[in-house]
Design a protein around this ligand. Structure first.
Ligand code: NDP
Length: 325
């Protein structure tokens, strides 16, 4: 189900104070959009560069706990990996029955890293748009899509609040779609785990194996910017319709010539099924917790191992030559 501007009633927010926790990519844009829509917005921030920015933008800016005490509707917009600690220290102790807690990602609630008390509404307003785009598309009058969900409806009014907030951040202009914390989490992580980076890496490695230089392979597969252009075609025209913008030779090559056979298609889909299973059963989330608790050693080691490979070194050389590093 989709919801549009006519489905949202901003009077559901009358007399309410929205607290933005994390004045970063999403926080700043959502705060500015809501203020333009007439919503009373304050910002909760540790004393940092973001706090200076929110003051400069004219928002009342308070320490996190003070803002949590004052706000009726809490927007959790700090990075996902620090969110459980921020919630436990500053938000939970200051929540009142009837407050609303809103997330822009289902991750921490779905994996029970945050379990809000039962007498507050818990909702999700997850823009499918980068932070700056959340502001720019609204200023341009088009808006952006979001996935929305109610996880806990203590007040009996959570759905109305959710759609009103979706309207206030400017998302119902394009439309928001009913989802769930689980669906948003799985789709969002899958996008990252899909293997795009490794597909490009393998492409370069095989080209090099077959006698193409690193420079030519890297330029061809991503450094030239052609990929960015094609990505924009995907966004603007769709995966299949964009083929019309290519030469017929290119379209035939993309669509038909390299079509995987049944066995290859099954093998790659089986791999992706395994990736989703590990997201769904919490294996990835547990692993990520473990890595963070271990001072990110495995993350650093993986990067170091890759960096020792000729590919990464060749990329650095090329990018220095191109004046990009
Ligand atoms: P950012 O990294 O841009 O913003 C983080 C903000 O939180 C900054 O103001 C930062 O302040 C502050 N912050 C960082 N660490 C702490 C801490 N320990 N205590 C208090 N404040 C802290 O986050 P995003 O806007 O990218 O993400 C916010 C949420 O939005 C996440 O749940 C994310 O999944 C979701 N989301 C993000 C999208 C995106 O495109 N970025 C798209 C859709 C959803 P400073 O750095 O100044 O210290």
């Amino acid at each position: 189900q989709w919801y549009f501007d006519e489905d949202g009633d901003l009077s559901a927010l009358d007399g309410k104070t929205v607290g933005i926790f994390g004045y970063g990519n999403q926080g700043r844009s959502q705060a500015l959009n809501m203020r333009d829509a007439g919503v009373n917005v304050i910002v909760g921030s540790r004393s940092d560069a973001s706090a200076d920015k929110s003051k400069e933008d004219g928002f009342e800016t308070l320490p996190l706990s003070d803002a949590a005490e004052k706000a009726d509707i809490i927007f959790m917009l700090v990075p996902d990996e620090v969110m459980p600690a921020v919630y436990a220290e500053h938000i939970a102790p200051n929540l009142q029955p009837g407050n609303v807690v809103n997330f822009a990602s289902g991750y921490n609630v779905h994996f029970k890293k945050i379990v809000p008390q039962t007498d507050v509404d818990v909702i999700m307003l997850a823009p499918r748009m980068v932070g700056q785009g959340v502001r720019d598309t609204v200023v341009a009058g088009v808006g952006f899509p979001s996935l929305v969900a109610v996880h806990q409806d203590a007040s009996g009014n959570a759905q109305n609040t959710l759609i009103a907030l979706a309207k206030a951040i400017g998302s119902t202009k394009m439309g928001v779609i009913e989802s769930s914390f689980e669906e948003e989490t799985i789709a969002d992580l899958f996008n990252e785990h899909f293997g795009f980076l490794h597909a490009v890496r393998q492409g370069v490695e095989v080209l090099v194996e077959k006698g193409v230089s690193y420079e030519a392979a890297i330029l061809e597969l991503y450094a030239s910017g052609e990929m960015r252009e094609i990505g924009q075609y995907f966004v603007d025209h769709g995966l299949f319709e964009q083929l019309k913008l290519h030469s017929r030779t290119s379209a035939f090559g993309q669509l038909a010539w390299v079509r995987p056979n049944e066995a290859a298609e099954k093998a790659s889909k089986d791999h992706l099924r395994g990736v989703i299973d590990k997201i769904k059963d919490g294996t990835f989330a547990d692993k990520w917790d473990e890595v963070q608790k271990d001072q990110m050693k495995e993350f650093a080691q993986t990067e170091a191992d890759l960096k020792a490979q000729p590919f990464w070194q060749e990329e650095i050389k090329l990018y220095k030559r191109l004046g990009r590093l």
